[in-house]
Design a protein around this ligand. Structure first.
Ligand SMILES: C[S@@+](CC[C@H](N)C(=O)[O-])C[C@H]1O[C@@H](n2cnc3c(N)ncnc32)[C@H](O)[C@@H]1O
Length: 287
């Protein structure tokens, strides 16, 4: 049995998680002057919400994730033509998948990359260790030429998704989650290391941050889509609820419609990004 906190979430993930805004993808493309050459490594790729739109700008992409269900869903999408929300098809042959944790990636096996990206996944990793590995996997030319902006890392994410700056309906959702799953947020071990991503990157001494920002977006959900979103998460997956899932759904539906009888729930999201390029360090430093 899979011990992944995302076990059983992949289908919900593909359907109910928002795509990254096209403006964010364009921003990464322009910042690194992506032109269809080189290789992309997407770490913690999930169902490919970042892999597919960003992969368009590379010759080849390696998409890594430790959850077999996530990779299976990505593989299905690629076989179907990998259309993202803009209807752009991914070139299935140019994306390969690898079942592994970020910490298990071996630079000597994977080779070098022009860009290493991670969407909503860096917080799950041993970030200090992973930054050392990533530094070794960036094309050596880019590291020698510190003025180069054509290579580096892109950490993007929705910072906790729709639940980070809660509206009234979102507070009500958390009340229902606590009723059924207890007061502590589940699968939140990553919260123990409270350092901001920016600080971890700076402390590594291996990268210099070139851009930090966020692309805001607004979205309207209905009750079914909120349930689908929750089942896509590690903190309220269907497998955590087990046989209580139908009663949880009933409770959530009733509670949400009490807060917002129209059944339309406005969700403010913010797709954040941190871009960084590798620094030249004395040999052995990034081992
Ligand atoms: C919230 S999902 C993000 C998926 C995708 N990148 C996206 O932006 O939609 C987090 C992903 O990180 C993966 N993950 C968790 N721990 C990881 C680790 N140590 N190394 C690599 N990926 C990990 C999970 O399996 C999951 O697919």
């Amino acid at each position: 049995m899979s011990t992944s906190p995302f076990a059983g979430t992949a289908q919900y993930y593909a359907k109910y998680r928002l795509d990254y805004p096209e403006a964010l993808i364009a921003l990464v493309r322009d910042a690194f002057r992506l032109d269809g050459r080189g290789r992309l490594l997407d770490v913690g790729c999930g169902t490919g919400k970042l892999t597919i739109p960003l992969g368009r700008y590379f010759e080849h992409t390696v998409a890594v994730d430790p959850d077999p269900g996530m990779l299976c869903e990505l593989g299905d999408q690629l076989r179907r033509g990998g259309e993202d929300s803009d209807g752009d098809a991914a070139q299935a042959g140019t994306i390969s998948t690898l079942l592994a944790r970020a910490e298990e990636c071996r630079p000597q096996e994977l080779g070098t990359f022009r860009l290493i990206a991670s969407g909503d996944a860096f917080h799950w990793m041993d970030r200090d260790r992973v930054l050392c590995l990533w530094h070794r996997m960036l094309a050596p030319g880019a590291i020698r030429d510190e003025s180069s902006t054509k290579s580096g890392i892109a950490i993007v994410g929705t910072g906790g998704g729709s639940m980070s700056a809660p509206a009234d309906w979102q507070k009500a959702v958390w009340d229902v989650i606590r009723r059924w799953l207890g007061p502590e947020r589940r699968n939140a071990g990553w919260q123990k290391d409270a350092r901001r991503h920016e600080d971890v990157i700076k402390e590594s001494g291996l990268f210099t941050i070139t851009a930090v920002g966020a692309v805001p977006a607004t979205h309207v959900r209905d009750v079914d889509s909120i349930i689908g979103f929750l089942y896509s998460t590690s903190f309220c997956s269907r497998s955590l609820l087990g046989e209580n899932a139908p009663r949880f759904e009933e409770d959530l539906r009733r509670t949400l419609l009490k807060v917002e009888p129209s059944g339309r729930f406005l969700e403010e999201v913010s797709a954040g990004y941190i871009l960084a390029r590798p620094l030249a360090v004395s040999s052995g430093r990034s081992e």
